[in-house]
Design a protein around this ligand. Structure first.
Ligand code: DGY
Length: 427
C-alpha cells in the first residue's frame, strides 16, 4: 500500500471506532473500561466527529453541557446509563443529580473545541445557534473555575483530585497524594483491572487515595465553595491552567464574532491574568513549567508533559521555543513522541498510564500550540510519530514511547478523533 492508501485505511478505521462508541447523543471513550461520557474526551471527540457529521459534533458538546451544575461546574463524568463494569459508579459519588454525575471536573478543552467547530462549520446557521448557547455555558464554567479553584485570586486554579487533571497517576502528584490519608476508607473493588493490564494502570496505593478524596468531598456535600480549602490535595497544574487560559482566549474570540462583547471582555481579562501568573511555574533548571503544590507550598520537581502542554496558550516566544527544544531533547530518549514523563527520570515508567506513555490527544494539543508558535518541523515530527503508532499498534488509549506497544484500553474514541485530525492536517 502506498502512503495515501495507508492513511485512507487508517482514516476509515478511525471513523469506525467513532461509530462503535457512539451512543447517539454522546460517545463513550471505549466500552468496558470507560462506559459513560467523559468531559474532555467528548469535547476533543467532537472535533473528529465534525469530519463526519457537523450536527452530531455539536450534539456531543451540547449533551455534556446539559449536565452543568447550578454553580457552573461541568462534571468529569456523566453516568447516562448504569454499568457495573466501572468503579467508582454513581452510588459512590452520590452527588444527588437526577442523571448522576461525578463531583469533580476535567481539563476545560471546551472553548478550544467550540471555536474549532465554529471556524470550520459549513452549516453556519447551526454553528451560530449552537455556539451562542455553548458560549454562555462555557463562560459560566470559566467563572466557576476562578471563583472556586482560585479563591485567593492568584490567577491559577488548583486541582483537588488527580482525576481532574486527566493525568491521573502522573509523577506530578506523588508528593501531594502521599499527604492524603486512608483512614476510614470504605472497602471497594476496582473494576479497571478487569479491562486493562495492572502494569498499565495506577497502583493500589494511588487508588486508595483517589477514593478517599471522593469520600471526603462527598462528606462535605459536594459544596464547591468549601472543597478547595478542605482538600489535602491542592495542586496547580501548568498544563491544566494553560488549557483554561486557551479556552478563555478562544471563548473571547468566539464571543467577539457573535457580538457578545461582555463575554469577550471578561474572558480576555481572565486569559491575560492567567498567562501572567503561569510564568511563576517556569523552571530555569528544567527549562519547562512545573506543578505547584499549593498545600506543600513548593514547585514539584517532576519533568512531566504537564509542563509542556502550556505551549497551547499564547506563551512569550522564548518560552514556546524552550518547550520546543525540550520536546526535541525528549525525542533522543523516546522513539515515539511525546512521552508523558521524561524517560531519563528514574520515575519514568513506559507503560504505566501517565508516568511515561505517549497519548495522541496530548500530541494534538501540543502540536496545535507549536504550529501557532511557528515550530512547523517539530509539528510534522509529532504528527508522523502519532500516525506511525496507529499504523503499528491500532487505536489504543496510549502507547509505550520506546516500543510503540499499545497500552490501556483499545478501540479508543479520542485516539481515533485525533487520527482524523492529523490525517486531515497532512492532506
Ligand atoms: C479512571 O477511572 O481511570 C478515570 O481516569 C477517572 O476519570
Amino acid at each position: 500500500m502506498n502512503s495515501n492508501n495507508v492513511q485512507q485505511s487508517m482514516y476509515e478505521r478511525a471513523v469506525e471506532v467513532l461509530r462503535v462508541n457512539d451512543r447517539g447523543h454522546y460517545t463513550v471513550p471505549t466500552s468496558g473500561l470507560y462506559p459513560f461520557q467523559w468531559n474532555w474526551d467528548s469535547c476533543l471527540v467532537s472535533i473528529g466527529q465534525q469530519h463526519i457529521d457537523e450536527a452530531r459534533a455539536w450534539a456531543e458538546m451540547k449533551t455534556l453541557f446539559e449536565h452543568q451544575w447550578d454553580d457552573g461546574m461541568v462534571p468529569h463524568i456523566v453516568f447516562h446509563e448504569m454499568d457495573d463494569g466501572y468503579f467508582p459508579g454513581p452510588e459512590v459519588w452520590s452527588t444527588g443529580r437526577k442523571i448522576p454525575t461525578t463531583g469533580i471536573t476535567q481539563p476545560p478543552v471546551a472553548g478550544f473545541a467550540a471555536l474549532r467547530l465554529f471556524d470550520r462549520a459549513k452549516d453556519t446557521e447551526l454553528a451560530n445557534k449552537e455556539a451562542a448557547e455553548l458560549l454562555v455555558k462555557i463562560d459560566r464554567w470559566h467563572e466557576w473555575f476562578y471563583a472556586n479553584r482560585d479563591p485567593h485570586g492568584t490567577g491559577l486554579v488548583a486541582l483537588i483530585h488527580p482525576w481532574e487533571s486527566g493525568r491521573d497517576n502522573s509523577v506530578d502528584w506523588d508528593i501531594a497524594l502521599d499527604r492524603v490519608p486512608t483512614e476510614g476508607l470504605e472497602p471497594y473493588q476496582r473494576r479497571d483491572l478487569q479491562h486493562a493490564s495492572a502494569d498499565h494502570r495506577p497502583t493500589a496505593a494511588q487508588y486508595d487515595r483517589y477514593i478517599w478524596l471522593v469520600q471526603h468531598f462527598r462528606s462535605l456535600g459536594w459544596d464547591n465553595s468549601v472543597l478547595h480549602d478542605a482538600s489535602p490535595f491542592k495542586v496547580v497544574d501548568p498544563g491544566f491552567n494553560a488549557i483554561l487560559i486557551r479556552s478563555c482566549a478562544d471563548i473571547a474570540e468566539l464571543a467577539s464574532r457573535l457580538g457578545r462583547e461582555d463575554i469577550a471582555q471578561r474572558n480576555k481579562e481572565r486569559a491575560a491574568f492567567g498567562l501572567n501568573a503561569l510564568e511563576t511555574l517556569w523552571s530555569n533548571s528544567l527549562q519547562q513549567y512545573l506543578c505547584y503544590d499549593r498545600e506543600g507550598r513548593e514547585l514539584v520537581d517532576s519533568a512531566s508533559v504537564g509542563g509542556l502542554i502550556p505551549v497551547i496558550a499564547a506563551l512569550p516566544e522564548n518560552r514556546s521555543a524552550a518547550v520546543a527544544q525540550r520536546i526535541d531533547e525528549l525525542s533522543k530518549s523516546a522513539k515515539y513522541l511525546v512521552p508523558s514523563h521524561d524517560p531519563t527520570d528514574e520515575r519514568y515508567d513506559s507503560k504505566r498510564y501517565w508516568r511515561g506513555p505517549s497519548w495522541l490527544i496530548v500530541n494534538y494539543l501540543i502540536a496545535d500550540g507549536l504550529r501557532r508558535a511557528g515550530h512547523i518541523e517539530l509539528v510534522q515530527r509529532i504528527e508522523s510519530s502519532s500516525l506511525e503508532l496507529i499504523n503499528q499498534s491500532g487505536f489504543a488509549e496510549y502507547y509505550d514511547p520506546n516500543t510503540g506497544e499499545p497500552c490501556g484500553g483499545s478501540t479508543f474514541t479520542w485516539t481515533a478523533a485525533m487520527v482524523m485530525e492529523f490525517i486531515s492536517n497532512a492532506a
